[in-house]
Design a protein around this ligand. Structure first.
Ligand code: HAM
Length: 415
């Protein structure tokens, strides 16, 4: 017996139904907001993530599934979607299409984190990226879209946490102040933080070990007037779209490319892995990756965590409406013809094995969740009829002409 890898899991029904429900809701919401789907590769050059996600981030330093392929190329399983979208945007000249650069993706990401509830090594993200719009209207639209999606799937009790990390200019001065603060406490920091504060002091603030305590006491960033105005306008617009947020100056996010607005959606129902979604502006990333100056903003929703939030709200039963049973050996062909006709009429129908006993087929019908069993035995075969037996509600079995069975079933099920 070969088991799955640690941190990798099977998404079984009914949880898989929740995944599909979240994806369907997201597609609908993306449609309302003018987003188009971008399908990006799972594997990319490792360098893409080193340069964009950032070489001082936990994701790149410790968690990447990277390997050297047979041709000596350094490759990584994507730990997140944003770098691939940015690469695709640049490589395919998407900035020249004249359309709004609004893209969404749905796909699995890989991070070799320590597995725990809500934290997996392979997980699904639904992501949205709006490239080419520097305005706070884009920030407010993006966050509003996310909140509308949460409402649509019925994820209550979530909080939107908001902050601004400012631009390169605001951060230059802050870097020095923060570095001095961290150097004074270097001995108390965890080893990875000690090794990276000189390269990127901000990383210490989102460190899983030191971050929470440091965030309380560390000096706070002061925004330049332009960034302060952008942040105030974003909040003003979020009020207009009835999105309530909690401003939290400790929110720094764990990826390197962010500028200005950053946000997370958290739910206390999730325990320690409480972030359902994270995102923010990345105004300099496209240019720094060799593309045009294209300010951007986006987010990614963790579908596994969202499914955890919805697990008490199971999807409507998507079992078959009808279960067909061949009650005699000779009835197999007619039963097969019937199930074909039911499905052609748009009715979900199933059967187990027409070659098994009536008792065994009946047992499968009961377990299937179907509303009706449709039986063909010797008598029905002779009469060209089908017997309908209600499975969920009380009622007697009755027969109808075989050709009328699909219509009768639709009538009974009020379809
Ligand atoms: P992130 O905060 O690293 O951001 O991930 C987004 C979401 O993915 C998290 O809030 C969480 O729900 C889910 N997630 C992350 N790691 C795991 C894990 N190990 N197991 C289960 N779920 C996980 C990004 O990835 C950015 N690309 C978001 C973004 C898009 N920023 C701008 N555009």
């Amino acid at each position: 017996m070969i088991n799955s890898l640690r941190g990798f899991r099977d998404i079984l029904p009914p949880e898989s139904d929740l995944f599909a429900r979240i994806e369907a809701a997201a597609r609908e919401v993306f449609g309302l907001y003018g987003y188009q789907e971008l399908r990006i590769p799972t594997l990319e050059k490792k360098e893409l993530f080193v340069k964009s996600t950032g070489d001082t981030t936990d994701i790149v330093e410790k968690e990447m599934y990277a390997f050297t392929d047979g041709g000596g190329r350094e490759i990584a399983n994507r730990p997140e979607g944003t770098p691939g979208v940015v690469r695709a945007y640049i490589e395919n000249n998407l900035g020249q299409t004249g359309r709004n650069g609004k893209y969404f993706y749905i796909g699995n990401m890989f991070r070799a984190e320590r597995p725990q509830a809500g934290r997996y090594r392979e997980f699904e993200q639904i992501g949205a990226e709006h490239i080419g719009n520097p305005s706070p209207f884009a920030d407010a639209e993006t966050i509003t879209m996310l909140v509308r999606l949460l409402e649509k799937v019925g994820a209550g009790g979530c909080t939107v946490v908001l902050n601004s990390l400012g631009c390169g200019e605001c951060r230059k001065a802050y870097r020095e102040v923060l570095l001095a603060f961290l150097r004074a406490r270097a001995e108390k920091l965890c080893e990875p933080c000690r090794g990276r504060i000189e390269r990127n002091p901000l990383r210490a603030l989102d460190c899983k070990i030191d971050g929470p305590a440091l965030a309380e006491t560390a000096p706070k960033l002061t925004l330049c007037p332009a960034c302060a105005e952008h942040f105030a306008k974003t909040q003003e617009l979020l009020k207009i779209s009835s999105v309530s947020c909690e401003v939290n100056p400790s929110l720094v996010r764990g990826l390197d490319y962010y500028t200005r607005t950053v946000f997370e959606v958290r739910s206390s129902a999730l325990g320690s892995q409480d972030a359902v979604c994270g995102g923010g502006r990345y105004d300099d990333l496209v240019k720094s990756m060799g593309g045009p100056a294209a300010p951007a903003i986006g987010w990614a929703l963790g579908v596994d965590r969202m499914a955890m939030l919805l697990k008490d709200k199971p999807a409507a039963d998507n079992g078959p409406k009808a279960f067909v049973i061949a009650a005699s050996k000779e009835a197999g062909n007619k039963s097969f013809e019937l199930i074909t006709a039911l499905r052609a009429a748009g009715l979900s129908a199933d059967f187990s094995n027409f070659e098994l006993s009536l008792k065994s087929q009946m047992r499968s019908a009961d377990k299937s969740g179907a509303a009706f069993a449709l039986l063909i035995g010797e008598d029905e075969l002779k009469a060209g009829a089908v017997a309908l037996k209600p499975l969920k509600e009380k009622g007697d079995q009755f027969t109808v002409p075989a050709a009328e069975a699909p219509a009768k079933l639709k009538e009974l099920l009020k379809l």
